[in-house]
Design a binder for this molecule. Structure first.
Ligand code: NAD
Length: 352
């Protein structure tokens, strides 16, 4: 039976591996939600300072499930997995200890024997994965000179802009971003590129980041800068959350002054019930696991053997997928989340 058919309550995962690194002493976990039709689960590896180990495990379980949904939504035969590293609370790791952590994680990835492939995510760097690649070959998204498909942030951003356009098409009957007021929260590798691409398409931008150094990009793009807490309250046509997850709380959604939400952040809804609140407020929300699937499509090319042009074609199809999801939600009077889960389930079943 498909893991998607098992529902969302309880432990629906295939495996949860938790270890304290032998070299580093740092805790990390790998969750495998579903093995996929081809027995290979894909998912990034993030490093975050979690308040408690239970938060790290909850994150791994949630994010690996989202990877299964993401993979099915874009027609990939892979399952979903995720690795989380619990960064110590007592400040940043030294370069030496960081290498130790990545070696520890690499040993576990190697022991999984190719059932889980991983690459860069929030809080980890290409250098981290070059260190990990010394312990295991099951690393994806390395730079091309190291045999990989490169940083997936650009193709992720392309997919997010496609999602913004599709959601504007649903909300306004016109998918053009020219002249649209768009807010972007988080100007990291993906959000910065989303802002650049939206500006190039003629959008008027309002942006924010907790990192003040990102003001330089705002100036370069002629974007207005506001404080992070204020950004979701700005009157705009479309809001693009591109920082970390959980941003769409009930309080934030009550304060939104926009018709569209489409961004890169994983797990944007603080809880699934927020999807209904968005629907009641007449806001078109592009479910994150479809909107940000471009990165997965990019790195999966290393396993499935397609080229960049094909990866871009598949990522452009995110717009078609979302248009179908929005129409289904409108016709059935349901949330875009429910419609997207049904869409992912149907594609997963079709893949076998
Ligand atoms: P990143 O670490 O490069 O950027 C995140 C940015 O958000 C940073 O500039 C950070 O300062 C900022 N930020 C963090 N907390 C914030 C807050 N509370 N308010 C405002 N800004 C805040 O990460 P990224 O690779 O750009 O990824 C962004 C999101 O997209 C993450 O949720 C990630 O899981 C998701 N995602 C990324 C990819 C990818 O290809 N990189 C693919 C799919 C999903």
């Amino acid at each position: 039976m498909s893991a998607l058919a098992d529902g969302v309550a309880g432990f629906e995962h295939r495996a949860l591996h938790v270890e304290r690194g032998e070299r580093s002493g740092v805790f990390f976990a790998i969750a495998i939600h579903a093995p996929g039709a081809d027995g290979v689960a894909l998912g990034g590896c993030r490093m975050v300072a979690y308040p408690a180990l239970s938060d790290a495990l909850a994150d791994a379980l949630r994010l690996s499930r989202a990877m299964t949904l993401k993979s099915a939504s874009v027609g990939l035969r892979h399952g979903g997995g995720k690795c989380v590293i619990a960064a110590p609370a007592d400040g940043p790791l030294s370069a030496e200890r960081r290498t130790e952590v990545m070696s520890d994680v690499g040993d576990l990835v190697e022991r999984l024997g190719g059932r889980f492939l991983t690459g860069k995510d929030a809080g980890t760097t290409t250098e981290d994965f070059l260190a990990m690649a010394k312990r295991t070959s099951h690393v994806i998204g390395l730079p091309s000179e190291h045999g990989g498909s490169g940083d997936p942030s650009g193709i992720t951003a392309f997919g997010v802009v496609t999602a913004l356009q599709a959601a504007c098409g649903e909300a306004f009957g016109d998918d053009s971003l020219a002249g649209r007021r768009v807010s972007v929260l988080g100007l990291g590798t993906v959000g910065g590129d989303v802002a650049r691409r939206a500006a190039a398409l003629g959008a008027q931008l309002v942006v924010s980041d907790i990192d003040d150094a990102k003001r330089a990009l705002a100036d370069e793009l002629g974007a207005r800068w506001v404080e992070p807490e204020q950004l979701p309250r700005e009157p705009v046509d479309a809001f693009s959350p591109c920082a970390l997850g959980g941003v769409l709380t009930r309080e934030v959604v009550a304060a939104l002054d926009c018709r569209v939400v489409a961004g890169a952040a994983n797990n944007q809804l603080a809880d699934d019930g927020v999807a209904e609140q968005l629907r009641e407020r007449g806001i078109v929300w592009a479910p994150d696991f479809i909107a940000n699937a471009g990165g997965l499509i990019g790195v999966a090319s290393e396993v499935d053997g397609y080229d960049l042009a094909e990866a871009e074609r598949r990522t452009a199809a995110i717009g078609t997928a979302l248009t179908e999801v929005f129409a289904h939600a409108r016709e059935q009077g349901t949330t875009t989340l429910a419609a997207a889960l049904a869409y992912a389930g149907a594609r997963s079943a079709a893949l076998g």
